[in-house]
Design a protein around this ligand. Structure first.
Ligand code: ADP
Ligand code: ASP
Ligand code: MG
Length: 404
């Protein structure tokens, strides 16, 4: 007997037939003799609709009320999946984040899980009950509902697996594993039987939304065995594993893209010590993550600072910079939301030169201009005009010999 967390994403619970399908899969796992805790997302499209309503009312909405709204999608599916399971004779019960409780910090809209009280769930599972947990949500120190950031049900599932001491966390989604790149835009993408935690972490953090970044971070830290697989087929999925479990390591594991970035350039700031702090400390204080950064060469004692933030933080970032205008002393701000970040990831980069060169050369051949570059030990990212995203990802996939 194994203890397994089964997490189902939005497309897997998109309508009642799919919810019945989820219930049947859970029942089959139980019939095999395993103990199961289920984690569910909102029905496909629901969270987008809820976010859109908040944004339409106010671009600088109160994050606590945003959480009160967007957490509702998962409540619906937890209840529906529990009913579908009961129809199959399974003793199932839904659980909201606050009922468990999934305790988080107070960062509304992108809260982190601090602890999960697992005793009650474990005791009920011991008595044969199957919990169906609403993913994406928790409860903050202010006793209000929090959410974990987009895609956060993955993190709910991994955190629950860690808290329950589960043998495995299966992430059921609409693709049958982790591919060398998004199979929806590159049909030649190859499914990976295994991927290292580190590569998955890097791929997720640069836009491969198949797993939320924090879920991988947590799996790595808590040693949770994660498998990504399809809720529509029985094909074997992808296991996320330690580096020493991968036999043949490719130099490049995968390519990711993100259209979620917005570029901000603070023009003609004084070129003096402390200027980066003057710009980035207020942004950090507003909990805005800054991603890529370049500072241009100085001319006549001033310089330009270009950086990217997530599109969701774009309006707030501009507001924060305007407020700090005098302290920073900039002349103007220019922005571009029509950009995409392309990233090449692989642990093999540590020992092989030339990965960045191949990327730049491939993009140059297609006449694609690179606006910003950033690198880490196992990743190279570039910012380009959004219209080139698909062309560029396909070209890079071929250039690194990843095509199936
Ligand atoms: P869910 O609703 O099940 O959480 P998501 O939409 O969050 O599903 O994540 C699955 C999607 O991730 C796939 O449909 C696919 O388009 C996208 N994706 C991006 N990069 C990859 C990749 N490297 N491998 C697999 N899927 C990827
Ligand atoms: N429903 C949430 C979202 O769309 C959480 C998730 O699906 O993981 O972001
Ligand atoms: Mg997801």
């Amino acid at each position: 007997m194994a203890r397994i967390v089964m997490k189902f994403g939005g497309t897997s619970v998109a309508d009642l037939d799919r919810i019945r399908n989820v219930a049947a899969r859970v029942k089959a796992q139980l019939d095999a003799g395993d103990e199961v805790a289920v984690v569910v997302s909102a029905m496909a499209g629901t969270t987008n609709q809820l976010v859109d309503w908040c944004q339409k009312l106010s671009s600088l909405f109160d994050a606590r009320e945003y959480d009160a709204v967007v957490a509702t999608g998962e409540q619906v599916t937890a209840g529906l999946v529990a009913i579908a399971l009961q129809n199959l004779g399974v003793d199932a019960r839904s659980w909201m984040g606050w009922q468990i409780a999934v305790e988080t910090d107070g960062q509304h809209g992108k809260a982190r899980i601090d602890a999960i009280e697992s005793e009650e769930l474990l005791s009920r599972m011991g008595q044969g009950q199957t919990p169906v947990v609403a993913g994406f949500q928790g409860i903050g120190p202010d006793n209000r509902i929090t959410t974990l950031g987009r895609g956060g049900s993955d993190t709910s599932a991994v955190a629950l697996a860690a808290a329950l001491g589960a043998d495995r966390c299966d992430i059921y989604t609409d693709v049958d594993g982790v591919y060398t790149t998004d199979p929806r835009i590159v049909p030649q993408a190859r499914k990976l039987a295994r991927i290292t935690y580190e590569e998955m972490l890097e791929l997720a953090s640069v836009g491969a939304k198949v797993l939320q970044t924090r879920s991988v971070e947590l799996a790595m830290k808590e040693r949770v065995r994660v498998q990504v697989r399809s809720s529509f087929s029985d094909a074997p999925g992808t296991m996320v594993v330690d580096e020493d479990e991968v036999v043949e390591q490719e130099i490049v594991a995968g390519i990711a893209y993100s259209r979620d970035e917005a570029k901000i350039t603070v023009r003609r700031v004084p070129d003096r010590p402390g200027i980066a702090a003057a710009i980035f400390v207020p942004l950090a204080e507003a909990h805005i993550n800054v991603d890529m950064i370049v500072q241009n060469v100085a001319e006549d004692g001033t310089t330009d600072m270009t950086f990217t933030v997530g599109k969701a933080d774009f309006a707030r970032a501009n507001a924060v910079l305007e407020q700090a205008r005098e302290r920073i002393g900039f002349v103007e701000i220019t922005t571009d939301q029509n950009v995409a970040k392309l990233s090449v990831v692989g642990v093999g980069m540590r020992s092989h030169a030339g990965v960045a060169g191949t990327m730049f050369h491939t993009l140059a051949e297609r006449g694609i201009n690179i606006q910003v570059i950033s690198t880490s030990e196992i990743k190279v990212s570039v910012l380009v005009a959004a219209e080139y995203t698909e062309l560029a990802v396909r070209a890079l996939h071929t250039a690194y010999d990843l095509d199936a």
